[in-house]
Write a protein that binds this ligand. Structure first.
Ligand code: TRP
Length: 374
């Protein structure tokens, strides 16, 4: 970016930084512990006062949702929503193009995700499920927000840095500004609680900074949202790496029982008969144990003892049964919805309609605060 464009911003940002806490507190070990503690406190307060919270969370529709998504975030959303917390779920379709060439099968992925949310127990009457690209007023918030952050601050975001280096390509302006549009996703509906995994903490932190800087400069419009760290352990993929469709190590929520059996059968294991939980030394065996243990609600060591010295074949069979039993009802409901694409489309349209109405109201407040209502 040219200095001509950053110069005026810099002087303001420097002034504001003197009373804004440094961004990315949560990225050091100590502050991560602090975020975790704050998150536990919040979880208790949400349970006591669900009516005080609006959650906004969601995902990039880059592929079918899998067990990692389910145990990592979806189950938690369903719990919060079930307690009566006002729930917004964004399918961040523009985020799909941050670090790749094309948008892929985005429509199928969006429909699939909506079906999974509904099958998991999200009630579309009370929750708002919407797509980022369908809400123009949300996206307009990005312009004033961009004026409140410096290029240097954006370059310091650890998650953006990690995604950029993993992508092996030039840093796109969309990836660099990723946390700014994520802030717009959260603030357009004045979400005050953002259930996310560790990766997304820097974005929530920048969201707080942007809300504060906006309010300081123009008058209070936005809340400063808190992150609610997901407490569920990360589900490893079947080879012990992070579960990801692109690694081919994922069990997706939409698989049939037979497809699940097939993908588990192909999972890499070893020939040691005695089953033990050892994620470093035996990643494949341990990933199966973790997956199965989550579905049955016991710990991996107990499950390993139950299999004893019956070997990887018995472990695979047990894991297949447990996964298929656990997700049988979800998959039945999902298959039902898959036969009604019009219903899924109508639910998404209704969600987009609600999101648009709210975004327009917020944008009106922003215009009034900025003196740009004409
Ligand atoms: N960046 C998130 C992810 O892929 C998805 C996302 C987009 C999101 N907008 C959001 C999450 C707003 C929480 C709040 O993991």
């Amino acid at each position: 970016m040219s200095t001509g464009c950053t110069q005026p911003v810099k002087s303001v940002a420097r002034k504001e930084l003197s009373y804004s806490p440094p961004i990315f507190r949560s990225c050091t070990m100590n502050s991560f512990t602090a975020t975790r503690a704050r998150s536990d406190q919040l979880a208790a307060d949400v349970a006591a006062h669900p009516d005080r919270y609006r959650i906004l969370t969601g995902e990039r529709p880059t592929g079918p949702l899998h067990l990692g998504h389910y145990f990592g975030t979806i189950a938690e959303r369903v719990r919060l929503h079930g307690r009566g917390v006002d729930t917004f779920i964004i399918l961040a379709d523009y985020q799909v193009i941050t670090d790749r060439d094309g948008i892929g099968q985005v429509r199928d992925n969006v429909y699939g995700a909506v079906m999974d949310y509904l099958a998991a127990g999200i009630d579309p009457e009370t929750a708002t499920i919407f797509t980022h690209s369908a809400v123009p007023a949300l996206n307009q918030l990005i312009l004033p927000f961009l004026s409140l952050v410096t290029e240097a601050e954006l370059h310091r975001n650890p998650t953006v840095k990690a995604e950029h280096s993993a992508s092996g390509r030039a840093l796109s302006a969309l990836l660099l500004t990723y946390p700014v549009h994520q802030a717009a996703d959260i603030l357009f509906c004045k979400g005050n609680l953002v259930p996310v995994g560790k990766d997304n903490l820097p974005h929530v932190e920048l969201t707080r900074v942007l809300a504060r800087r906006f309010n300081d400069r123009y008058g209070k419009v936005f809340p400063e949202p808190d992150a609610l760290l997901t407490s569920a352990p990360e589900v490893p993929g079947l080879d012990g790496r992070k579960m990801s469709k692109s690694y081919g190590n994922a069990i997706t929520l939409g698989m049939t029982a037979d497809e699940t059996a097939a993908v588990i059968r192909r999972a890499p294991t070893d020939s040691e008969r005695r089953i033990t939980f050892d994620p470093q030394g035996r990643p494949g065996i341990s990933a199966l144990l973790s997956t199965a243990a989550l579905c049955v609600g016991i710990d991996e060591h107990t499950l390993a003892d139950q299999i004893g010295d019956r070997g990887a074949g018995a472990l695979k069979q047990r894991t297949t049964e447990l996964v298929n039993d656990y997700f049988a009802a979800h998959r039945r409901r999902r298959a039902d919805l898959a036969r009604q694409p019009d219903l899924v489309r109508d639910i998404l349209r209704a969600g987009n309609g609600r999101a648009n109405a709210i975004a327009e109201r917020t944008l009106d407040e922003v215009r009034a605060a900025m003196g740009t209502s004409y």
